[in-house]
Design a protein around this ligand. Structure first.
Ligand SMILES: Cc1cc2nc3c(=O)[nH]c(=O)nc-3n(C[C@H](O)[C@H](O)[C@H](O)COP(=O)(O)OP(=O)(O)OC[C@H]3O[C@@H](n4cnc5c(N)ncnc54)[C@H](O)[C@@H]3O)c2cc1C
Length: 319
């Protein structure tokens, strides 16, 4: 019996994870992408697990499903996923979100245990993901499943290259033109990567004001420092002032970072939408399944969303 065929558009974390789920469930899959995995916004992400800059009632179940998969992957260091203990905190009083009840080692912090200027927060152990290693891991998994990733810019869903009964659209901000979808808005984000001066715990702020954003994610001999959130900005230029601001805020939180050698800067686009688009619709005699608009949480949602795509694809196509 021939395997059912699917084409996934996009090779960021959403496209690759979706392709893994389909291929490992027996689908014959091709991935078509304008940018190769290491050139995507996914490669620019921090990344830590946790819903952020995303609004959708389905976020909690999808992110918790992804949390369990990432926790399992952390058992193998070659995946790029590590379970890291640290603090999430705010400069104003906040109630920990509902999902904190599901993370490991959760405990409220006493104000004296927080950096200067922070008044409430909690400790927990969550997945921190080195995206270069992690996207490499997903690509190796696809290679084992005999899935090709082809560089190709899809112009429309009538493109003859989309020659499969099921098409999955994981084009993120590219969906603005491809669908087209004006509800998608880029939120540009910048990060600084430095030598690790001996930091083993993560820190992330939970303030609403993007100009105060600060997070510190240790990844072996490097630390990824964030961040910024520039709504509506869609270029990928490094802004030296933004980088300097990130460094200053992170040094104020952890002075060990002062003088750490800067290894590089990263810029990416968060594909923000009022609601994640994950649904199936007919496309002539084919099926088009959308999976995009994950905002600042695409890594954190990736497995839950990819499994939902698989369920939609199976429901529509398999006997
Ligand atoms: C600075 C920063 C920090 C972040 N930190 C975190 C974090 O800590 N945790 C977290 O969960 N998330 C984080 N995010 C968000 C996360 O990176 C995104 O939600 C996620 O990368 C979206 O993945 P994606 O695969 O949907 O999109 P992308 O990675 O943007 O990939 C889209 C793919 O679609 C392709 N494509 C687009 N249009 C076309 C077309 N017409 N034809 C063919 N291919 C096309 C692109 O070439 C690319 O391959 C961060 C983002 C940024 C920018």
């Amino acid at each position: 019996m021939r395997n059912p065929r699917a084409i996934v558009v996009g090779a960021g974390v959403s496209g690759l994870t979706t392709a893994v789920c389909l291929a490992e469930a027996g689908w014959s899959v091709r991935v078509l992408a304008r940018d190769t995995p290491m050139a995507t916004s996914s490669a620019s992400a921090g990344a830590m697990w946790g819903p952020y800059l995303v609004s959708d009632p389905r976020v909690e179940p999808w992110s918790l499903e992804s949390l369990h998969v990432l926790e399992e992957l952390a058992a193998d260091p070659s995946t790029g996923v590590a379970m890291v203990t640290g603090v999430e905190a705010s400069r104003s009083p906040i109630t920990p979100p509902g999902w904190t009840a599901k993370v490991r080692d959760f405990a409220r912090c006493a104000p004296g245990d927080l950096p200067d200027g922070f008044v409430s927060g909690w400790r927990s152990t969550i997945p921190v993901i080195d995206m270069t290693a992690y996207l490499g891991f997903l690509c190796r998994r696809l290679e084992r499943a005999e899935v090709d990733i082809e560089e190709y810019a899809v112009r429309s869903f009538d493109d003859p290259a989309l020659d499969a009964p099921v098409i999955v659209n994981c084009s993120a901000i590219g969906a603005r033109d491809l669908v087209p979808d004006e509800r998608l808005v880029p939120i540009q984000g910048q990060l600084v990567v430095v030598d690790n001066p001996g930091i083993h715990e993560f820190f992330a702020d939970h303030d609403d004001d993007p100009t105060l954003m600060a997070y510190i994610l240790p990844q072996g001999d490097r630390v990824v420092l964030g961040g910024s959130a520039d709504r509506g900005r869609s270029d990928l230029r490094v802004d030296p002032d933004v980088g300097a601001g990130i460094l200053a805020r992170c040094i104020a939180i952890d002075p060990r970072l002062a003088g750490a050698r800067v290894l590089g800067h990263r810029v990416g686009l968060r594909p923000n939408r009022d609601r994640i688009r994950l649904d199936a619709a007919p496309l002539g005699s084919r099926r088009l399944i959308h999976n995009y608009g994950h905002g600042g949480s695409g890594v954190s949602l990736s497995w839950g969303c990819a499994r939902e795509v698989l369920a939609l694809a199976d429901a529509d196509t398999l006997p």
